[in-house]
Design a protein around this ligand. Sequence first.
Ligand code: ZN
Length: 177
Amino acid sequence: MGSYEIRTVGDPVLRTVTDEVTDIDASLVKVTDNMFSSMYDAAGIGLAAPQVGIQKRFFVYDHGEHSGVILNPKIVESDGEWIFEEACLSIPGLSWEIIRPKTIHLVGIDLNGNEVSIEADELEARLFQHEIDHLNGVLLLDLLDDESRRQALSKLRELDLRRTPRLPSDPGELRLP
Ligand code: ZN
């Protein structure tokens, strides 16, 4: 298994809306293997294709209880509210309390081409929403209020991520998608 460099904020690939997956072939399977490996290396629980420079609609995840690959994921229902300290492998070193729906119903397809339908709650629901944001070019920064976003951007400038995109991530105590 190989491993990919995880792209960080400032990389334009993180801002693109991805294309649907139309073919499931051996090369896609190999890509997802490498994505799992990159995700585990970074102590993450989810990784979306754009985070490794691929403009396609899929992500891998493993939050301890369940793991998998979801192609062309879609949220068909969401309910409730849940606040969670959320971070991102593509924005190393920062995290914010973000409110999102607590439960969601996710549909998509797996690597065998079978339909997937998951009723997800709390961490799993959070993870799926976070990865789908990546597939739409959305980052956590977009979910912050103006003041938090200003602070975040100034911190990012301090960290100078734009000029050192290979800065290793430090997940610390947080489990990062
Ligand atoms: Zn992320």
